[in-house]
Each structure stands twice: as C-alpha cells, then as structure tokens.
Design a protein around this ligand. Sequence first.
Ligand code: ZN
Length: 491
Amino acid sequence: MFASVASTALVGVETRPVQVEVHLTGATKPGFTIVGLPDTAVREARERVLSALTASTFGVPKGRITVNLSPADLPKAGSAYDLPIALGTLVAMGKIGPAAASVVALGELALDGRVRSVRGGLGAAVVARRLGLPCVLAPDAAGEATRVRGCDVRGAASLTEAAGVALGAVPGTTTPPPPAVTVADGADLAEVRGQLVARRALEVAAAGGHHLLLFGPPGAGKTMLAASLPSLLPPLTEDEALEVALVWGAAGLVRGGSNLPPFRSPHHTATVAAMVGGGSGLPSPGEVSVAHRGVLFLDELGEVPARLLDSLRQPLEDGQITIARQGHSVRFPSRFQLIAATNPCPCGFQGDRLVGCRCTEAAKDRYRSRFSGPLLDRLDMRVRVTRLSLEEMTGPPGEPSADVQPRVAAARSIQAVRGTLNRSLRRQALDDQPYTAAAIDLLAAAVDRLQLSARGWDRVRRVSRTVADLAGLEQIDEDAVAEALGYRAAI
Ligand SMILES: [Zn+2]
C-alpha cells in the first residue's frame, strides 16, 4: 500500500516542494527505512512517528515502512517531515481516507503525538498555494501562515487532529498570529531632542540608502538616532513584507505582518555564523539577512572584532551571502543599510566640551586604526554626534518621523527613475550626473584641500546627489556638495 504526501524543504530562504512517499509492505518482519538524502534528524523521524502513532491510538503498522523523500538529490534536514510521514503512513495503512494525502504538511511530532512547529512554515504555505493544496501545520505556524493570502491553512495540535484537518473533517487549532508591528510602533525621530546636524544626516542617509557612521560621547543619543531610521524608510510593500517574513521564518523568528523595515542590532560578541548565517544542520540566515530590506546597527564599532567586520564585506558588496555546505551552497539575501556607532576614542570623550579625554596619543592612534580598512570605505557618511546642551535637552521634541518620511519617499522616487539607490551609484554614473560650475569648483578644491581619495571623491558625489534629490534639484549644486563634504567628519 502506498501514499504520497507533499511537504517542503528550505534551501536558503527558498522553499522547494518535497514529495514524501510512504510504501507499506506486508513483510513478516517490521522495519522502517527512510531514503532520499535525509540527515540524522530526518532519520530519527522513525522513532517519533512510531511513538506518535501509538500514542494517537492509530497503532503501528505490522509490515515494513519505506519512506522516500523526493527529489532525492535535495538535502533534507530537521524534523519537519515527521507529520507528512505519519499522515502518509496512516493513509497507506487505510486508517484514514486517501484524500488526507492531498495536502502540504510540515511539522515535528512529539512522542505523545503533539505537533510542533518547525522553521519554514510560512514558505510551506506559499508552496501550498502554488500547488493549490491545503497546508497542515502546527497551531502557531498556522497562525503566522494565515498571512499568505489565498492559502487554505489548517492548524493541528496533534496527529489525530492533523488527520482530521487533512480530511477537512474538523476545524483544527490555530494560534492567532502575533500583532503586526507597524511604522507607528518603531522608534520615532520625535524622541531625538536637539541634534539638528545628526537628524539631517539621518534623513540624507535614509533618502540615499547611505551607510552611516555616527560617533560621539556616550549618552549623546547615537542609538536612538539609529533606531529611528526604519521609521524614515518607505514602508515595506506586501510582497516585501512577505519576503522579509520568509527570511525570518528560515531563521526561526516570527516577523508577523509588519510593514516596518527590520532593525537589527547584533552585539559585538556575536559569532561570524550568527552575523552572516550558517550553523549546523539546516543553514540558518544570520543578522545580515534578518536585517534584509531594513537596518543593521553595529554599536560600539571600536569593539567589533576584525573578523566580524570582514564577514560583512560580501553581504555589503553583493546584497546576498552564499554559504557552502556539504557540496551544496545556499544563498541568503542581505540588502540592508548599515549604521555604525562608536565612541571617538577609548574613553569616549575626545572632542567633548565638558569632559576631557583621558586617552594617551598611542591609545587614540590604536583605536583610530580600527576605523580604516575596506568596511569603513563603504560608509558614505561620517557624522559627529555631540553632547546635548541643557537647552536642547529641555527643548521641544524634534520633527516626528511621519513628517520627514514623505521627503525621503520623494527623494527615493527620483532615484527609482534612475534605477538605483544613490548608495549604489558607480563611478561612471556619478561622472554622468549634471553638476553646476560652482559645484565642480568646490569638488576640485576639496580633492586638493582634503586630499580626497578616488573612493572618497565618489562618496562625496553620491551623497551630493542625494542632497540634491532631497531638494528636488536635477543639477547638483554647490550647496549639495558643501553639505556632503560636511558628512566626512574626522574621528
Ligand atoms: Zn579619550
């Protein structure tokens, strides 16, 4: 007796259909074999499935069970195939009708027959919609997957219930999805008092997608500024929000229906695998991918080890990261905007008007040497955040994000016509931009006076383009160049 139930496999953040074929033969000796490139966790399904079948009073088949996971060349990992294997076995045993096999099922079975959620439930619902089949998941995974419109998602808390929902005989159990985080829930620029220069810099960075370094004494508000960036960015479209939720799902995180671009702030003690993805078994996306279409905030940049900074180069350069694993490689998207923050020196008070710096010259030099190198080359803007005066601290709140966001959106729509964010403008495209004569003179003077490198010159021109876009100017003028030069503060 034979049954085949659809399931899915995560390949990076992509979800691919997998067919779980169960063959039952009336051999005298019972047995249970799984073939089709299973990893150890998949092979252990045998123990969980048999135990769950017993606990669910369906009983264990007397003959030999052979399970084939197809396509055979796709690596299968984890415990996600427990549920489809069990459903297939029940159909093959004749315990439930063959209609129960016409579903996409994904979930781990506990020994007592409960269904537990696994990574990839949202992706399974996307595949189920494509195949025109109902999707059977654990209750919480089903709750999140209800966001996939047009998919018949059915939650099941136990194997018995799963058999019922697969047949469409019972309503099932679905845990409501977590409330969606909206733009209104993010940190707001209104909470940042004073800091006119830094606020404007954040607006420019948001408009052009520029990577930004903020430096200043502790407590100056660098973190609050960084956390406000998502609320200035265009809200995610429905498709983008689903894309982000799929990445989060592959990382085992629940994103909900949020249209607020993600904000991630990994600690400087994070491992390289946590930062860029990896891990044992099924590779998991790292922080650079969880921040996809949003903001990655690196606080205390001076404390971030060089190997962690180096690991950011490929994702920053390519907008994706490739992880090789047992002859297979998976890709995770990683188009994020980087904000880094740091103290200007080890003690934090260099350049502060109230507290004197206690660092030796040698210590300052060592510290500064960490801020050179290829990663820092990608930071288009460097902005000093100063300590607030009492007047600023007690002054009125700043302009709220909701007032700044439309200006960012307008500048972004100008860039959309050019086909790329200003952050990604290459040298040729920068050469082709229209500049006023005075802007060209100022750029030329800056090359001499500031000894701008070719890369530095490109960065100034990119940021100038954004300042001009914010002003609605086709030509880049002197003011735009002057402002862009101001975002090159020296640490
Ligand atoms: Zn110092």
